[in-house]
Design a protein around this ligand. Structure first.
Ligand code: WQD
Length: 339
């Protein structure tokens, strides 16, 4: 089985490609390398013995996409390519809507031309906005998003849902990620954010390795057990396996399939700091700071639907998430080397 993986050189895409190859599925990667390094290819090869086919290009380039579909018998697409920094999206909304929304619909149009009707879309828990209750189920209200990034994911979900109801022969799976963290247990692949990390885990890792002086804890007056924000952190390897489970169970069934990919457990910022300190064997220095605009107090998933319908559930603990992150960061202090 050949699967086109857009954004397959990125953090979640590359870890998913490792598990695809190990599952006997051949990934064909397209990526514009706007937030990824070509070195990832050799890391995938070192782990799996196979270097996936890679075409540098942009999902908004219809001619490029048509050529890839014309040259390969692709059965399904996993669509990771997109911009994903919440704060950046507030400053650059047009770039987010062009990359994430326009890119997704150009891709769907090219899939239709090529007769490829199985699509797994990398969505996000941000489509739920600030939940009234937790845990969040797939039936929880969506759309009350608080930033252009979340709105772009919601728009794509809506467009793909409309496409399915217009043309019922598609298999469209929307995977709503909670908070992806961690790294491949080998320590050779991991998250490599460019510039100052927006997300908690890579920032903590950079404090531990000495690249950052301390972690700013954004808010300690939330209505949570220790006053800091609570999230559902999920190991990137669990997330990768969730994609394969989706491909194998509903990837060939016409339908609109929607699943949360989380652990069903919430951890606070200070929980993560404590776990990381245990993983790296040293305290992680932090300062308590005011809340970050747009943040919500708590968010974690109900995972019952994915367990029931995909036969998938996350198995890796917060201790493994932090240990694998530290293993990656300590072996690769500067991330993947620049070209
Ligand atoms: C987590 C917690 C912060 C940084 C975002 C996207 C979401 C997904 C994951 C793509 C919050 C606190 C953070 C820091 C801190 N990305 N924090 N100091 O905002 O839950 O979700 O990333 O799909 O779509 O919205 O993740 O890691 O930024 O924050 O205290 O330096 O850590 O306040 O409570 P978030 P995050």
């Amino acid at each position: 089985m050949k699967v086109l993986v857009t954004g397959g050189m990125g953090y979640i895409g590359s870890h998913t490609c490792v598990r695809l190859i190990e599952s006997g599925i051949e990934p064909i990667i397209i990526d514009n390398l706007s937030n990824a390094k070509v070195e990832v290819l050799s890391r995938i090869e070192a782990l799996t013995g196979q270097q996936p086919l890679f075409y540098q290009g942009d999902v908004r380039d219809e001619v490029f996409l048509d050529s890839v579909f014309a040259n390969h018998n692709i059965q399904a697409v996993i669509h990771f390519a997109g911009l994903k920094a919440v704060g950046e999206s507030v400053a650059k909304p047009l770039e987010y809507y062009d990359n994430n929304v326009n890119g997704s619909f150009v891709l769907a149009r090219c899939m239709r031309k090529a007769g490829v009707k199985s699509l797994v879309f990398s969505s996000s828990a941000t489509v739920y906005g600030d939940p009234d209750t937790v845990p969040i189920t797939e039936a929880s209200p969506t759309g009350a998003t608080t930033n252009p990034y979340g709105r772009s994911k919601y728009m794509v979900e809506q467009g793909l849902s409309d496409l399915f109801f217009a043309e019922g022969d598609w298999s469209i799976t929307l995977l709503r990620y909670f908070n992806p963290v961690g790294a491949h247990p080998s320590g050779t692949m991991g998250e490599d954010p460019q510039g100052i990390p927006n997300n908690l885990m890579p920032f903590i890792a950079q404090v531990a390795i000495g690249r950052r002086e301390y972690l700013s804890v954004f808010g300690h007056d939330y209505p949570t057990p220790d006053g800091t924000g609570v999230r559902d952190y999920i190991h990137v390897m669990d997330l990768a396996e969730g994609h394969i489970a989706a491909l194998k169970t509903v990837g060939e069934q016409s339908g609109l399939h929607i699943y949360n990919l989380g652990t069903g457990k919430g951890s606070s910022v200070l929980d993560m700091v404590e776990a990381f300190s245990a993983a790296c064997g040293q305290p992680v220095r932090y300062e308590l700071c005011p809340r970050r605009p747009g943040d919500i107090a708590e968010c974690w998933a109900s995972t019952a639907k994915a367990e029931r319908e995909l036969g998938w559930q996350a198995t890796r603990s917060v201790a493994e998430m932090t240990a694998d992150t530290w293993h990656w960061q300590s072996k690769n202090p500067q991330g993947y080397s620049p070209e």
